[in-house]
Write a protein that binds this ligand. Structure first.
Ligand SMILES: *Cc1c(COP(=O)(O)O)cnc(C)c1O
Length: 386
C-alpha cells in the first residue's frame, strides 16, 4: 500500500507538481513569517486586510462571549442560533435578494447547491475556467455537463440552443464567476445574462473574488452592472475579502427553502461556530460602510500602482504572471521567496498543463513600496530566467 503511494508521489514530484503544506507562524497580513523568514505576502485572498483586523477580532470575541464556542449540531437538528439567522438576513440585504443561506465554506455552497437544483434530466453549461468547487459540484449533480471556452459567447449560445434542441425537458443552468480566481479577468456578465434570459436558462454566479471589493458598497460585479435582479443564484464566500470563513447563496425564498430541504452539505454538516457568523455579519456591515469605502480606496491605489509598475491590468485584485513551464514557475516563486516575497506558483491541475504561473494578489494592507519592490524584483527574476 505505502509502496504504491510512494510511487504515485514520485510521479507527482517528477512532473514538478508536488505540493506540501507549510506552516505560517504569524497571523495573516501583508507581512507574514514562514520558516523563520519575514515575507511580504502577495498570496492571500484577504483583499481588504480584514482577516487579522482588530474589528473582526473584537467581533469574534463578543460572539464567543454571547453564543459560546461550538454550534453543537446541524442547524436543522438542534435549532439555528441567532447569529446564523442574522447573517443570512444581512447577506440577503447586501445582495438585494429575497433570502440567503450560509454554509461552512464556499466549497460547501457549490457542493450543496448545484446537486440540489439540477440532476440527471438537466443540463449544466459552465465556463472552462470555473473553480474546482463548481466543477466537482456539476459532476456530482449527475446533470449533463457542457463546457464553453472561457467567456466564449458564441459557443455558450450554441450550447444553450443545443440544450433545448436536445429535448432537455429539465432545467438549464449556466455557471460562471465574477472574477476568475487564477486569471483575474471578469466574466462577460452582461452578455451572459442576456443569453441565458433569451434561452430560459438560470445563472449561478460565483462572486468569490468580487465580494467586498467590486461594485457599490462592495456588493460585487452583478451589483456593479445593475444585474443583481437577473442572476437567479448569487454565490459567494465569507473566507476572502470578508476575512473569516464560510460561504453563502443568495436567491429567491423558494430556492432557499428547497436548499434547506435538499442541500446535503447544509443538512449533514454541523453549523459553523456561531461567533464566526456573528463576526461575518459585522464584517459585511463594515464592508458596506465608510470603513469599507476607505479599504476599497486603498486597494484601488495599490492596484493602480501595480498596473503602472508592470504595464498589466486586471478587473479585480488578482494578477497572473504566466510562465508556462511548471518547474520554471516554481523556480521563479522560490527566487522571489529568497528575496522576501511570498508569491505562489500555480500549476496543473489548478490551471491547464503548460500554463503555470505566479499569482500575485493585492490587498488594501500592502504599502506602495512593497508593491513597487515586488514589481522590480519580478522583472529582474524573469529576465534572469529567460
Ligand atoms: C475560494 C473559492 C471558492 C471556495 O470558497 P471557500 O470559502 O474558500 O471554500 C469557491 N469559488 C471560487 C471561485 C473561489 O475562488
Amino acid at each position: 500500500m505505502n509502496w504504491e503511494i510512494e510511487k504515485e508521489l514520485e510521479e507527482i514530484r517528477d512532473a514538478g507538481l508536488f505540493r506540501e503544506v507549510r506552516a505560517l507562524e504569524s497571523p495573516q497580513g501583508a507581512a507574514v513569517r514562514r520558516g523563520g523568514l519575514e515575507l511580504v505576502n502577495f498570496s492571500s485572498n484577504d483583499y481588504l486586510g480584514l482577516a487579522a483586523s482588530r474589528e473582526l477580532e473584537d467581533a469574534l470575541k463578543e460572539g464567543v462571549e454571547r453564543f459560546g464556542a461550538g454550534a453543537g449540531a446541524s442547524r436543522l437538528v438542534c435549532g439555528s442560533l441567532t447569529p446564523h439567522e442574522e447573517l443570512e438576513a444581512e447577506i440577503a440585504a447586501f445582495k438585494r435578494s429575497e433570502a440567503a443561506l450560509s454554509f461552512s465554506s464556499g466549497y460547501a455552497v457549490a457542493l450543496g447547491v448545484i446537486p440540489a437544483l439540477v440532476g440527471k434530466d438537466d443540463v449544466i453549461i459552465l465556463d472552462k475556467l470555473c473553480h474546482a468547487s463548481l466543477v466537482d459540484a456539476a459532476r456530482l449533480s449527475g446533470a449533463t455537463v457542457r463546457v464553453f471556452p472561457h467567456n466564449h459567447l458564441d459557443k455558450l449560445e450554441r450550447l444553450l440552443r443545443g440544450a433545448r434542441d436536445d429535448g432537455a425537458v429539465g432545467r438549464v443552468l449556466v455557471i460562471t464567476e465574477s472574477i476568475f480566481s487564477m486569471d483575474g479577468d471578469a466574466a462577460a456578465l452582461r452578455d451572459i445574462v442576456e443569453l441565458k434570459d433569451r434561452c430560459g436558462a438560470w445563472l449561478l454566479l460565483d462572486e468569490a473574488h468580487a465580494i467586498g471589493l467590486m461594485g457599490p458598497n462592495g456588493r460585487g460585479l452583478a451589483a456593479q452592472l445593475g444585474l443583481e435582479g437577473r442572476v437567479e443564484l448569487q454565490m459567494g464566500t465569507l473566507s476572502k475579502a470578508v476575512g473569516l470563513g464560510g460561504g453563502y447563496l443568495a436567491a429567491s425564498r423558494q430556492v432557499i427553502s428547497l436548499l434547506v430541504n435538499k442541500a446535503r452539505s447544509f443538512i449533514y454538516s454541523t453549523a459553523p461556530p456561531p461567533a464566526v457568523a456573528f463576526a461575518a455579519c459585522e464584517s459585511l456591515r463594515l464592508i458596506q460602510g465608510t470603513a469599507g469605502d476607505a479599504l476599497r480606496h486603498a486597494l484601488r491605489r495599490n492596484i493602480d500602482c501595480w498596473q503602472s509598475a508592470t504595464g498589466t491590468s486586471s478587473a479585480g485584485a488578482i494578477f497572473p504572471v504566466i510562465v508556462g513551464d511548471e518547474s520554471s514557475a516554481v523556480a521563479l516563486s522560490r527566487r522571489l521567496l529568497d528575496e522576501g516575497f511570498l508569491v505562489p506558483a500555480i500549476r496543473y491541475p489548478t490551471v491547464a498543463r503548460g500554463s503555470a504561473r505566479l499569482r500575485v494578489t493585492l490587498s488594501a494592507s500592502h504599502e506602495l513600496v512593497q508593491i513597487e519592490a515586488l514589481a522590480m524584483r519580478l522583472r529582474q527574476a524573469m529576465a534572469e530566467l529567460s
